[in-house]
Design a protein around this ligand. Sequence first.
Ligand SMILES: Nc1ncnc2c1ncn2[C@@H]1O[C@H](COP(=O)(O)OP(=O)(O)OP(=O)(O)O)[C@@H](O)[C@H]1O
Ligand SMILES: [Mg+2]
Length: 395
Amino acid sequence: MTQGVIATLVYRNETTKAEFARLISGAKAGFVAIPVGANEVLSEKIRESGCQVVIFEAGDDVGIDVHQLQLLSREFPKTEFFACHPSPDVDTFRTFMRAGVRDVFSLPPAERDVVRELDRIADSVAGESDQHNGKVISIINSKSGSGATTLAVNLACDLAEMDENLKVALVDMDIQFGSVSLYLDVKWQSNVMEAFSQSARLDGTMLKSMMSQHDSGVSALPAPLKITRLDRVSAMDVKKFLEAARESFDVIVLDLPRVINEWTEEVLRSSDSIYMVIQRSLAVIRDARLLTTYFHSAGISDDKVTIVDNRYRSKHAAVTDKQIQETLRIERIVRIANDYDTAIGSQERGVPLSRYARSSRLAKDLNSLSQAVLFELTGEERESGGFLDRLMGRQ
Ligand SMILES: Nc1ncnc2c1ncn2[C@@H]1O[C@H](COP(=O)(O)OP(=O)(O)OP(=O)(O)O)[C@@H](O)[C@H]1O
Ligand SMILES: [Mg+2]
């Protein structure tokens, strides 16, 4: 898969060399190791190797490494530089990112991280564009409590777990009452308002350094802990934010507040797809109708809207399938089972449903939806069994 890629490691420790040699050769990429030394020596050997990737082992003085990396990346603008460090904290991470490295690997290196980067570079070597242009998926509810955050969190985690090469971001844009940070147990380091407030200089690398990692592989950014006035965000802030996010991620799942203003309209317009979460009650359907009508007036095409019929029960529904179709006039409707104990259980423990109750109907329905999304993103079906039919209720 990574054939054609040559990675050069500039190392300080024999153990680091042995670990990368095992991972990189195991991934069938070419591997060259050079002991750290003067820049002239390094640049000559890097040129000789013909590599597309340089991994630089950091020493005790990050300042010297950064200087050396800046010189090398200037000399080899087409080469991707990575750093590796025993325990990169946020400051180390940011410092290296600003020096032009694409990512900082922890030591010992995680196979998944290294191979993912090599795969991506192999794709661009194979002639594909190496410009990232991630897809933005917005999740919005039509009435508070319909299940938007449940969907956003589980969709993002499922996507990252199903395809470890996919760079998945989860962003809580519900800046007043966001609950992503409750539903996922992560050591948070920053929040979405901090990113918005830096929008003038925000780029993909900086955004990535503000995000926190969840075990599933998702990079997540929570809402602030205090209620923030909605008018503190501008349409330009979110525009810049989304540009940065598209640069660094393949897919960006946004948990949106149920608010229409300049910046949420900007988000909805820029989204590649919108999932509107409803439940089967007249009041919810009425609000969903208001939203779909607004989408039309804002020029947001029906083609990118999917209705998520959450907490679905085959009996006792006050509203029928036909009524939903006729009222909302959206063709794509998917169903998610009603299972409060499982939903609340996973959220109280801060784990996604795939970890908490993988075999529950609820986790399976959400996973089927995630598979359909993944299929749209990559064109690859992960499991047989007609997930699209299952989702549309045509079992
Ligand atoms: N399919 C489901 N079955 C049962 N309970 C569910 C389901 N989906 C979500 N819930 C529960 O409904 C409640 C609201 O869910 P969630 O927070 O995802 O909704 P929301 O639309 O994001 O709400 P908010 O308006 O607060 O942002 C939670 O207690 C959650 O556990
Ligand atoms: Mg929510």
